[in-house]
Design a protein around this ligand. Structure first.
Ligand SMILES: C[S@@+](CC[C@H](N)C(=O)[O-])C[C@H]1O[C@@H](n2cnc3c(N)ncnc32)[C@H](O)[C@@H]1O
Length: 216
């Protein structure tokens, strides 16, 4: 029995990511933090070989069921980011929990919450590690998961592959691109979309091209 209440529903950021799922036929595709699984199922319907991974087992189950409903097959994987991911992918998508914890404005543990919560920072905002809030809570600048993603993505991106990442202004996109550059990745904003509370940015990351004298 899966608990659907913890699964992130398709939202505007999901559709921004979906809009970039082109030219994926025959490609290895990783839908990381798959949540509801719409992106992965769509890629599979376009002919990609898809792995849907999420730290929330209910999200993985939900994504696999959605794919089945759509008549396609995806491989479901419960994984903390790239922890259990193997191999290289031509396309990697990630719509991370990108909100700064303070913006969630949790003032204390909710009455029914089974998960430990703790206070963070002078604003007396709480952090809750339940699967529901894991989909939103990106830590202090909303960058916790994004930075871990940038650290690991190069090891799973095929040489000509592209990673597509959602970010918001709180995440400091110019700094995010500099961090990626320090990891051997070149990045640019390829789409923008106005959402009710913020602008969503779609960032594309690729391996930096090495000059011929840098090749082994
Ligand atoms: C904003 S939701 C995006 C869901 C879906 N990809 C979409 O675009 O609609 C973020 C997702 O990241 C997952 N997530 C959070 N922390 C994670 C981690 N450490 N490893 C893998 N997935 C994680 C959450 O469970 C959630 O499903």
């Amino acid at each position: 029995m899966t608990d659907q209440s913890t699964v992130y529903p398709p939202s505007r950021d999901t559709y921004v990511l979906l809009g970039a799922v082109t030219d994926v036929e025959g490609r290895r595709f990783l839908d990381l933090g798959c949540g509801n699984g719409l992106v992965g199922a769509y890629a599979a319907a376009m002919g990609a070989d898809v792995v849907c991974a999420d730290v929330n087992p209910d999200a993985v189950a939900h994504a696999s069921a959605r794919a089945e409903d759509m008549g396609v097959v995806v491989t479901g994987l419960v994984s903390d980011l790239f922890g259990r991911v193997e191999g290289l992918f031509d396309v990697i998508t990630f719509n991370p929990p990108y909100l700064p914890t303070s913006r969630l404005n949790l003032k204390g543990p909710c009455a029914t919450c089974q998960w430990p919560s703790w206070e963070e920072g002078p604003a007396r905002t709480f952090r809750c590690r339940s699967p529901k809030w894991l989909a939103y809570d990106g830590g202090r600048k909303g960058r916790e998961l994004t930075d871990r993603f940038i650290e690991g993505v190069g090891r799973h991106l095929a040489p000509e592959g592209r990673a597509l990442l959602i970010a918001i202004a709180d995440n400091d996109v110019p700094d995010l691109l500099r961090t990626a550059s320090g990891r051997g990745l070149t990045g640019k904003i390829v789409d923008e979309c106005e959402a009710p509370d913020e602008t969503l940015f779609l960032v594309e990351l690729r391996h930096k091209k090495r000059r011929f004298w840098q090749r082994a």
